[in-house]
Design a protein around this ligand. Structure first.
Ligand code: 5CA
Ligand code: ZN
Length: 414
């Protein structure tokens, strides 16, 4: 499906700093060593509601990764999916008496608008689950042929992945079996379903049910794909057998990324599927994770409609470290707005302290597992001095604006 429109990213002088990121599999910050091109897959929205600040924060996180890699001279190939058929989408459409296709199209269109407003560099491929069904069905057939998948005998036509076929199962999330069982139950899995070989086996193909959309699956029978196989197949098809980074929010560590990695590794015979599994913290409101099921959402489109500058939202969301779960409050927004105002004034100053030092500081902070609080502090300090008229290098404000634009995606020029 169509992506959104990007914008020019300024080239910065000198050489970028190699990026290190926390990898959930290794449980440590490790240098990224991207291939040529660098390959990144980020789990995108299930479009049954508008984009909220949590989605935005996660998308901004991976936008920063892309900007850091580009700054270091890497070409980046970026793929993001849209889960445009799945239980929550169908349930919402039924609840509201709406056509699920229309609902998905409308919310995806709004997401694109929000991403563009937030200056997120668009993915090279923005791919829906529905358009990927033939490829997904083919890979499920391969899994069945190799004995890694099996059909339940209860007449539903449902097909499951046998987790025992994946020798590395568990290595992405590092959880105990009890924790895995609890997360599976909480996040779309069905550990209590009878007839499975292992309670953790995830659904690959859901046989057709009355009142639900279904597609021809050839030998699979009519049905629709499960969730984890969607991301595995889209990533493998467009990015290759092993990728540099799989990303998403930390709600996807298990079962989603564990299972999609297991699918991919069994299909390709190569491990690890991703060199880095990178997870953004949850944005919460009133003490709870922002989520559609809880209904405590702050929508990006609503804030834009209220006249909030997208760049202030961006600054507000990166004021905390991407990995920390953090609460959204009125103060978070206010601080972002004040910072944007101050940075814009400073970018208009006649001069400022040396821009090269600022560039080195921001590169250094971001290269260290995207330390945005550190990067913002360096720019704040520069802005204070520029506004105080200290050390007036006349080229510094222009470089500062380019640094904000290229590395943080924050436009401070009028
Ligand atoms: N379609 C699947 C991924 S394949 C999905 O999780 N969709 S979603 O709409 O629920 O979330 C889209 C992305 O935003 C995912 O990467 C998810 O991890 C992330 N996300 C969801 N809620 C939050 C939140 N409150 N804070 C930060 N990120 C979030
Ligand atoms: Zn996904």
């Amino acid at each position: 499906m169509d992506s959104w429109t990007g914008h020019e990213v300024p080239r910065l002088p000198g050489t970028g700093t190699p990026l290190a990121l926390f990898d959930s599999a290794r449980q440590a910050v490790a240098p990224t060593r991207p291939a040529s091109p660098a390959t990144m897959y980020v789990c995108g929205i299930t479009p049954y509601d508008a984009t909220h600040l949590g989605h935005a924060a996660t998308m901004i996180t991976f936008d920063l990764v892309q900007r850091m890699w580009r700054d270091s001279g890497h070409q980046v190939k970026y793929v993001q999916n849209v889960t445009d058929v799945d239980d929550p989408l169908l349930e919402r459409a039924t609840r509201d008496g709406e056509d699920w296709v229309v609902l998905a199209m409308r919310e995806t269109a709004l997401f694109r608008e929000d991403m563009e407003a937030l200056r997120i560099i668009p993915p090279d491929h923005y791919v829906g689950a529905v358009e990927s069904i033939p490829a997904i069905a083919e890979q499920i057939r391969t899994l069945i042929d190799s004995g890694a998948a099996y059909r339940l005998t209860d007449g539903t036509g449902d097909i499951y992945f046998d987790v025992s076929s994946a020798s590395g199962f568990g290595s992405e999330s590092n959880l105990s079996r009890d924790q895995m069982l609890a997360f599976a139950a909480e996040r779309g899995g069905d550990p209590r379903r009878p007839g499975k070989r292992d309670a953790l086996d995830p659904l690959l193909w859901r046989g057709a049910r009355d009142g639900e959309p279904a597609w021809e699956g050839g030998p699979l029978g009519p049905g629709r794909p499960g969730w984890h196989i969607e991301c595995a197949v889209i990533a493998l098809g467009l990015l290759g057998d092993q990728i540099d980074l799989q990303g998403g929010g930390n709600d996807l560590i298990f079962p989603h990324h564990e299972c999609s990695a297991a699918h991919a590794e069994v299909l390709t015979g190569q491990a690890p599927f991703a060199a880095h599994y990178v997870h953004a913290g949850m944005i919460g409101l009133n003490g709870e994770k922002m989520s559609k099921s809880r209904g405590n959402l702050v929508f990006v489109s609503r804030m834009r409609g209220d006249g909030v500058a997208p760049m202030a939202l961006r600054l507000a969301l990166i004021a905390g470290h991407y990995r920390s779960d953090r609460q959204w409050t009125d103060d978070t927004l206010k601080t972002g707005q004040q910072r944007l105002h101050r940075w814009r004034s400073a970018a208009r100053a006649a001069g400022g302290p040396g821009g090269a030092d600022l560039l080195a500081a921001v590169r250094g902070r971001l290269a260290d597992d995207l330390d945005t609080p550190g990067a913002l502090a360096a720019i704040d300090e520069w802005a204070d001095q520029a506004l105080a008229g200290v050390a007036p290098d006349p080229h510094a404000p222009s470089l500062m604006a380019d640094v904000c634009d290229a590395l943080l995606g924050v436009r401070v020029r009028d």
